[in-house]
Design a protein. Structure first.
Length: 299
């Protein structure tokens, strides 16, 4: 959705919020929290863990341009706060580690950050503080939801295998009789590779947090399978995003409708499918673990 499709009042309210927050937390100052560096440099320093961190991980987590991140790291290196090491196996892979001075500076930044947070809360009444903290939690969750991406992936990749492993483990916990992938339909994920199907992975800050797959049958109903979302992001609408992406993929492959089945234990999934327009239909396959079968026509 583009900004032209959103109402003007909503756009103006978000912009006003952004201006208020950046001014109140000191993001506009060259020397953030009284340090000799900007907010960007201080934020990068905070991400450099004591045991070291891959520079690519910092870039993905903060969504920074690689050139800008390199400049920030070089400035921290010149200050003697961070050390950079290239991998012996691949010089393109670099690890950042804090120096002793860098660890001490992080402690000081944490102290000043605590003071800044307290200064936001102290002037308010207890009820106002509660409302602000609650609103911040909601805003943070929704902002994170906006950063989720859903893209095609190799079903044999490490991330796909990790998602499916977590999915199978969850089903084993939730199904009364456990779960054995070999007893379920389509246990071989290679079936979900193009042109017969597609596997999607949802990511947040580069981390795989959900998955889903679809099999194509020409103009016949496409078949959705292996939908999973990490517990950490269950209230962020990730499942609905994956489902919509799978439906769009089916449309692109000329499917007239999509079908899926699910177990009665997965009450949240059943509620989501019904809310998304899926209608319960008679069984259309012999999935061992299925209790409900659904279909949805596609526009």
């Amino acid at each position: 959705m583009t900004h032209e499709q959103l109402d003007r009042a909503s756009i103006d309210r978000v912009r006003a919020f952004n201006r208020a927050v950046t001014a109140r937390i000191g993001a506009l100052e060259d020397e953030y929290l009284g340090s000799a560096r900007s907010l960007g440099a201080s934020r990068v320093l905070w991400e450099v863990r004591d045991d070291g961190v891959d520079v690519r991980e910092i870039r993905e987590r903060l969504e920074l341009d690689s050139g800008y991140l390199s400049r920030l790291l070089r400035s921290l290196e010149r200050e003697g706060l961070v050390g950079l090491e290239a991998s012996a196996a691949d010089s393109r892979v670099r690890t950042a580690r804090p120096t002793e001075a860098g660890r001490a500076e992080r402690v000081e930044l944490d102290r000043r950050s605590d003071e800044l947070a307290a200064s936001l809360l102290a002037p308010l009444s207890p009820r106002q503080r509660e409302r602000l903290v609650e609103a911040m939690g909601t805003a943070m969750r929704l902002l994170e939801a906006g950063l989720v991406t859903v893209d095609p992936a190799d079903a044999a990749s490490d991330d796909a295998r990790a998602c499916l492993s977590a999915y199978y483990a969850e089903l084993a916990r939730r199904f009364p009789g456990g779960f054995d992938p070999a007893q379920s339909l389509h246990p071989d994920t290679r079936e979900f590779a193009e042109p017969s199907g597609r596997f999607l992975i949802a990511r947040l800050h580069g981390r795989a947090i959900g998955c889903g797959a679809v099999l194509f049958h020409g103009s016949e109903p496409a078949y959705i399978k292996r939908m999973w979302v990490d517990d950490d992001v269950r209230d962020m609408g990730v499942g609905r995003r994956i489902l919509e992406a799978l439906e769009q993929t089916a449309r692109e492959h000329r499917a007239a409708s999509v079908t899926l089945e699910t177990n009665a234990s997965l009450t949240e999934a059943i509620a989501m499918y019904r809310a998304a327009g899926y209608i319960e239909v008679p069984p259309f396959n012999d999935e061992f673990y299925a209790d409900h079968w659904f279909e949805k026509p596609l526009d």
